[in-house]
Design a protein around this ligand. Structure first.
Ligand code: DOR
Ligand code: ZN
Length: 354
C-alpha cells in the first residue's frame, strides 16, 4: 500500500548554527536538503561583528555548498551580525545596505555558547545601534534569557521579558524584534499580545520534549540546549502557538552541532543537532495534535512574511513512513550525534525540489 504523503512549500530555517571550517562542510548539506534559506547565527570564534566578516563568512558557506555539490541557488544563507557593546550606528547602516545581512543577534554576555563578547547593558550601551536598526528596518534577533546568577535557570526567559524585552520595545517601538527559540508560556503570551513588529521562532525540540527528556533513565547530554527544555505546560503552550495559525510564530531549528566529545563530558556544551531531520521532527510534532495542515504556514509562510521576503518556489514532500535516526554522523575529525539518535520518527522527508 502506498503510504500517505504531505507536500508543502519548501520551508526555511529562521535560526541556524552552521559553524565554520570542517564542521560547516559536514553540516551544510543537511540544512540545504531540508530548507530553501536559513538565518545564520554569528556566534563564531571570534564572532561575526561586522558586515565585512559577515560577507566573508557568507562566501565560506557558499564555497562549502559548492564543494558539497549542491546545486547553485538551492540554499541561501541569510547573514547576521553579532551585537556588542561597541557596535556603531555606521556598522548597522553598512549591514542594512549590504543586501546580505538580515538581522543583528543579541546575546546577553555569558548567556550561552560563544556569548562572551555579547552585550552587557542593552539600552545603556547599544542605543545608537538599536536606533539605526529601527530606522533601517533591520530586525534584532534576541536570545531572551537573563544571566543574573540569582535567577533560576528555568525562569530566565520569563524574567528577561520584564527586565529587558518590555523596556527595549518601549524605547524602540518601531524596532522589528524576533524572540528567538521561545520556550515558555510566558513568552507565548507576551509575543501573542504585544503591540508592534514582533515575531518568534520555535524549535522542534521544544515542541517535542519537556525537561524530563534531559534526565530520562540518566543524564542525557544530547537533550541539553539553551534555553533549556521546560515543563510540560510550556511545551503545550508552544505547540498551541506553533499550530494556531498566528503568523508571528515561525520555524527556527536552533540546530547547534557540537563534536560528540564536547557534549559527552563533565561539562557538556549546550545545543541539539536537528538540521539532519528538522522537518521530520516538526511534522511529528504537528501531527501529534492532528495539525499537519498548519505546518506550511509555520514553516514556509510566516517567516518570509516577517522578514519581507517572498516564499520559496519549490516544494518538499513528507512521507508517512518510519525514519530511523542515525546514531551519529561524521563531522570533521569527530562525529555529531543527532537529537533522538537511534529512535524512529513517523515522518520522512522524501524529496526536495529546488
Ligand atoms: O543550545 C544552544 N546552543 N543555545 C544557544 O543559544 C547557542 C547554541 C550553540 O551555539 O551551540
Ligand atoms: Zn541559537
Amino acid at each position: 500500500m502506498k503510504s500517505a504523503t504531505f507536500t508543502m512549500i519548501r520551508p526555511d530555517d529562521w535560526h541556524l548554527h552552521l559553524r565554520d571550517g570542517a564542521t560547516l562542510q559536514a553540516v551544510v548539506g543537511d540544512s540545504a536538503r531540508q530548507f530553501g534559506r536559513a538565518i545564520i547565527m554569528p556566534n563564531l570564534k571570534p564572532p561575526v561583528v561586522s558586515t565585512d566578516l559577515a560577507g566573508a563568512y557568507r562566501q565560506r558557506i557558499l564555497a562549502a555548498l559548492a564543494l558539497a555539490k549542491l546545486p547553485a541557488g538551492a540554499f541561501t544563507p541569510l547573514m547576521t551580525l553579532y551585537l556588542t557593546d561597541n557596535t556603531t550606528a555606521a556598522e548597522i547602516t553598512r549591514a542594512a545596505q549590504s543586501g546580505f545581512v538580515y538581522g543583528v543577534k543579541l546575546y546577553p554576555a555569558g548567556a550561552t555558547t560563544n556569548s562572551d563578547a555579547g552585550v552587557t547593558d542593552l539600552l545603556g550601551r547599544c542605543a545608537q545601534a538599536l536606533d539605526a536598526m529601527q530606522e533601517h528596518g533591520l530586525p534584532l534577533l534576541v536570545h531572551g534569557e537573563v544571566t543574573d546568577p540569582a535567577v533560576d535557570l528555568f525562569d530566565r526567559e520569563a524574567v528577561f521579558i520584564d527586565r529587558v524585552m518590555i523596556p527595549l520595545r518601549r524605547a524602540f517601538p518601531g524596532l522589528k524584534v524576533v524572540f528567538e527559540h521561545l520556550t515558555t508560556s510566558n513568552g507565548v503570551d507576551y509575543v501573542s499580545d504585544a503591540q508592534g513588529p514582533i515575531g518568534a521562532t520555535i524549535t522542534a525540540h521544544h515542541l517535542l520534549y519537556n525537561r524530563n527528556a534531559i534526565f530520562q533513565g540518566g543524564i542525557r547530554p544530547h537533550w541539553y540546549c539553551l534555553p533549556v527544555l521546560k515543563r510540560e505546560k510550556h511545551r503545550l503552550a508552544l505547540i498551541h502557538a506553533a499550530t494556531g495559525g498566528n503568523p508571528r510564530f515561525f520555524l527556527g531549528t536552533d540546530s547547534a552541532p557540537h563534536p560528540r566529545g564536547l557534549k559527552e563530558q563533565a561539562c557538556g556544551c549546550a545545543g541539539c543537532y536537528t538540521a539532519l531531520h528538522a522537518m521530520e521532527l516538526y511534522a511529528t510534532a504537528f501531527d501529534s495534535v492532528g495539525r499537519l495542515d498548519a505546518l506550511e504556514g509555520f514553516a514556509s509562510r510566516n517567516g518570509p512574511a516577517f522578514y519581507g521576503l517572498p516564499v520559496n518556489l519549490g516544494c518538499i514532500t513528507l512521507e508517512h513512513t518510519a525514519y530511523e535516526i542515525p546514531q551519529e554522523l561524521p563531522m570533521g575529525d569527530s562525529t555529531v550525534v543527532p537529537l533522538a539518535a537511534g529512535e524512529s520518527l513517523p515522518w520522512r522527508l522524501r524529496e526536495a525540489h529546488a
